[in-house]
Design a protein around this ligand. Structure first.
Ligand code: NAP
Length: 532
């Protein structure tokens, strides 16, 4: 019988969250093993290496903030850094903190069981290896379980084909090729604008278009670099006090108190500004008041019409089902101009649905599109998808996904009743799942580490949220979505519940409120948790 290794903590995932969690637990003197499916660190930035992948957060607001040394030594090259640099950065951090010796790569966790009699978690990996630990911490990502569409004949295609989240490490030459991209979310938009530069012919298969806005990226000059280095504390403070953990925060003046002419000038300025300015630096009312939303929606529609030469194509690129900002806004660089190129065609699926994928390409109702390469930018089974891929069982062999069949139930998005000593970093109903993610990851990891540190100091070996605290938090997580103009048809809503009622998967009460609540819980001796 093979031996079962035992650790103080097991962390699943070596992305931004898992890496920092390992570092913090080591500081507590704990033995830790991280299991990672990939063969390198980086999580999202390891897997998503598709053409054009880059941050939509300002680079200097995205890196870890906990280490002066890392902040000083790493210099971001662009305001919105591309994937190769982001992966390099995370490898730099892994080296700097000597993380790799506690990470087991090429290791997919398939099951995790709470052994009640021993108060231990036991995980099993693909291949049968098992390991045990007092604490189990999932750092498995919000957008890591990728979705392939259910289209007839998907396996029959004879050309090259990848989901964007499984793009190969070896270079792919798309020059002169006939390329198809299915999906026009943030990933599709980044891919399309890059592939259009080289493809012989690019066919974009679009269901519901998205409201996209300019990223306004540029290289970071030496002067800017010096300024960023000086202003790091200020930048992180701005993120900590903003709604979504970004450098952008909503306008302080109410929409109704600003004359329309001034509002339109402001939209113009924000449209020329970097990143999410136009969305999260706008009036908050655009996400609450239908009239305010209609105004910004019209402004962005006019931009699309001005940028796309063919009015019929422009019309197809303008969303009709939802207003601007009610889904996460894809950030673009000359995306709309791509449709002015001769080598690009927009296939609007509501008019011309895909019937099947054939060995030669994509067959829609009207015709077949022959392709050399087919790219699926079809998104993810978000937030809970990564949990569904692991058979997680708590007390009484209760299955986590069964407990969550009508939407997630958690306390602070960090713990689940019936699953003692399990912490879910960036879990459902956790502010980190709808945030400039590293900012919230650091908060999550710091909170969990402090909590475990407190347990070690006070001789506690068991922590579990109460069903009552969980019920109240779940109620609150849904309550804060009331009055917000958020689309029910976005990745952050689970529409596949057992009772058929769509449920929000993320916490949208704002990151400052979330942090305050977590701090308050800790200050009150971990109110809502039972520690023994
Ligand atoms: P997504 O927003 O869920 O978009 C998936 C796209 O695939 C949608 O356009 C969807 O159409 C389409 N689709 C799905 N099934 C389809 C089918 N059967 N046939 C045709 N089209 C289909 O996923 P994503 O683009 O990967 O983005 C998810 C999130 O990842 C973003 O919102 C963002 O938070 C994050 N992200 C961030 C960055 C960054 O810069 N840091 C980059 C990329 C992504 P419908 O919408 O009509 O269903």
């Amino acid at each position: 019988m093979s031996t079962i290794e035992q650790f103080d903590a097991i962390v699943i995932g070596a992305g931004i969250a898992g890496m920092y969690q390992l570092h913090r637990l080591r500081k507590l003197g704990m033995t830790v093993r991280v299991f990672e499916t990939g063969d390198g660190v980086g999580g999202t930035w390891y897997w998503n290496r598709y053409p054009g992948a880059r941050f939509d957060s300002e680079s200097y607001s995205y890196g870890y903030s906990f280490s002066e040394e890392i902040l000083k030594e790493w210099k971001w090259k662009e305001h919105f850094s591309p994937q190769p640099d982001n992966e390099r950065y995370l490898n730099f951090v892994a080296d700097k903190l000597d993380l790799r010796r506690d990470i087991q790569f090429n290791s997919r966790v398939t099951t995790a069981r709470y052994l009640e009699d021993d108060n231990l978690w036991e995980v099993e990996l693909e291949g049968g290896q098992r390991a045990r630990a007092r604490f189990l911490i999932t750092a498995i990502g919000v957008l890591s379980a990728h979705n392939l569409p259910r289209i007839e004949g998907i396996d029959s295609f004879k050309g090259q084909s990848w989901h964007t989240a499984r793009w190969p490490k070896t270079p792919v030459d798309l020059k002169g090729k006939r390329v198809g991209v299915i999906g026009t979310g943030a990933t599709g938009v980044q891919t399309i604008q890059e592939v259009a530069k080289v493809a012989g012919r690019l066919s974009v298969f679009q269901l519901d278009p998205n409201w996209c806005a300019p990223l306004n990226n540029s290289p970071i000059t030496d002067e800017e670099q010096a300024d960023i280095q000086r202003r790091y504390p200020e930048i992180f403070q701005a993120c900590a006090s903003s709604f979504g953990g970004f450098v952008h925060n909503f306008q302080s003046r109410p929409f109704a108190e600003v004359p329309k002419e001034e509002r339109l000038k402001l939209y113009e300025t924000l449209y020329q500004d970097r990143g999410f300015s136009i969305w999260l630096g706008n009036f908050m009312e655009i996400l609450m008041d239908p009239a305010a939303n209609a105004e910004i929606t019209e402004f962005i529609s006019n931009k699309i019409r001005a940028r796309v030469k063919d009015p019929a194509t422009a019309d197809k690129l303008i969303p009709k089902t939802h207003g601007f900002g009610t889904k996460r806004v894809p950030m673009e660089t000359h995306y709309y101009e791509v449709y002015n190129q001769d080598n690009v065609e927009l296939v609007h699926l509501p008019d011309n649905p895909i019937e099947r994928i054939t060995p030669a390409g994509v067959k829609t109702r009207d015709r077949e599109y022959p392709l050399d390469v087919l790219i699926f930018a079809t998104g993810f089974d978000a937030v809970t998808g990564a949990f569904k891929r692991i058979d997680i069982r708590g007390r009484g062999d209760q299955k986590l996904t069964e407990k969550w069949k009508n939407g997630p139930e958690t306390y602070l998005g960090l713990q689940v009743s019936g699953f003692p000593n399990l912490f879910t970093l960036v879990g459902p109903h956790n502010a980190a799942s709808f945030c400039n993610i590293p900012r919230c990851i650091e908060q999550n990891v710091d909170w969990v580490s402090d909590c475990i540190g407190h347990m070690l100091k006070t001789g506690k070996a068991h922590i579990e949220t109460t069903a009552e605290a969980e019920r109240e938090w779940t109620r609150h997580a849904y309550e804060v979505t009331q009055g917000l103009l958020l689309s029910n048809d976005a990745w952050f809503v689970d529409t596949d519940t057992a009772d058929g009622i769509p449920r929000f998967l993320v916490y949208i009460g704002g990151t400052p409120n979330y942090r305050m609540k977590c701090d308050e819980v800790a200050a009150k001796g971990y109110e809502g948790f039972v520690l023994r």
